[in-house]
Design a binder for this molecule. Structure first.
Ligand code: PEP
Ligand code: MN
Length: 336
């Protein structure tokens, strides 16, 4: 249930509503917008909305049948804008995250970092713990990899995002990265999501391989409900009957999510297509459709990459694409 306060409702009125919500066994989450304060009464205990409508300062009470509340646009009118290292995602902004699939060695990650910085990228990606389909495939360098990417990023004034796979890794990740990434395979690892709800760094939450938009938003709700409001949703393609591409990039998810939620949604066209030559058109299409940013795999030598080389752009290809994206973004009222 969501309680919308009247324009200019007093602090005292707001506090009374909050205590009333709590007295009914629900959590009260406050969202102060430019025109209205909104209070999310989150929980399952039975309440009668009319009891809330009668309180001083209350404009209206909205019963929400969808199970996500805090991620809903009903709870927060303004789009959430997440800023890391000067790069913004959400609202009028489309941000960029780029870098290799995986950290392979010092030279590789340093070269990638230099290129990214040279092209104006502010946030670099790179996996140290890789969720591979085969146990025999390269699993990542682990903590050594995180050290390498942090060093390369610092030298080039970049922020870092990397995928965290399990709860026990969180403290280590907090030491090395600026944004924690939850991969598609862990989107419904609810225990992991609950722990990530307690940290104060942003989380990129990738859409599960076969997750509906509702399930994805519910996963985000886990993170918000524990207190972490900084979630960037990432559409990375879903599994369909089509096999011409690695996944089917669901660009419709962009306008759908933007209507339902205030959270920023970015697109990963690299995993979404699995093929380098499809990355530029799908990046352009994502921004044209209103995406709040992109996550693109770029490798200094894609043909030698230990993971996902075929979908990784050459640095020069990326530079050319980034230039075009910056021309396109203002057409859809976005700054990139
Ligand atoms: C990745 O970003 O390298 C990755 C493994 O992505 P996903 O979780 O979307 O498959
Ligand atoms: Mn990858």
């Amino acid at each position: 249930m969501i309680i919308v306060m009247r324009h200019g409702a007093s602090e005292e009125n707001i506090e009374k509503v909050v205590s009333f919500v709590k007295s009914k066994g629900r959590d009260a989450h406050l969202s102060k917008g430019e025109s209205h304060t909104i209070i999310g009464a989150v929980g399952e205990s039975p309440v009668d909305p009319r009891d809330f409508e009668l309180l001083d300062g209350v404009k209206e009470v909205i019963k929400i049948s969808s199970s996500y509340k805090l991620v809903s646009h009903l709870f927060k009118e303004e789009d959430t804008i997440i800023e890391v290292n000067g790069e913004k995602f959400g609202g009028d902004y489309a941000g960029m995250i780029a870098g290799p699939c995986t950290i392979e060695n010092e030279d590789q990650i340093e070269e990638c970092a230099e290129k990214m910085a040279q092209f104006g990228v502010k946030i670099m990606r790179g996996g140290a713990f890789k969720p591979r389909t085969s146990p025999y495939a390269f699993q990542g360098l682990g903590e050594e990899g995180l050290k390498m990417i942090r060093k390369a990023a610092d030298r080039n004034h970049l922020a870092v995002t990397s995928e965290v796979m399990e709860i026990s890794q969180i403290p280590m990740f907090l030491d090395y990265v600026d944004i924690l990434q939850v991969g598609a395979r862990n989107m419904q690892n609810f225990n992991l999501l609950k722990e990530l709800s307690k940290i104060d760094k942003p989380v990129v939450l990738k859409r599960g391989l076969s997750a509906t938009i509702n399930e994805w938003l519910m996963a985000a709700e886990y993170i918000l409900s524990g207190g972490n409001r900084e979630v960037i949703l990432c559409e990375r393609g879903i599994r369909t009957f089509e096999v011409a591409t690695r996944n089917t990039l669901d660009l419709c998810a962009i306008p759908v999510v933007k209507k339902l939620s205030h959270l920023p949604i970015i697109v990963d066209p690299s995993h979404g297509t699995g093929l380098r030559d499809k990355v530029a058109p799908m990046s352009m299409a994502s921004i044209a459709a209103g995406a709040d940013g992109l996550m693109i795999e770029v490798h200094n030598k894609p043909e030698c990459a230990l993971c996902d080389g075929a979908q990784s752009l050459y640095p020069e290809q990326f530079a050319e694409l980034y230039k075009k994206l910056k021309v396109l973004a203002p057409v859809v009222d976005k700054k990139m």
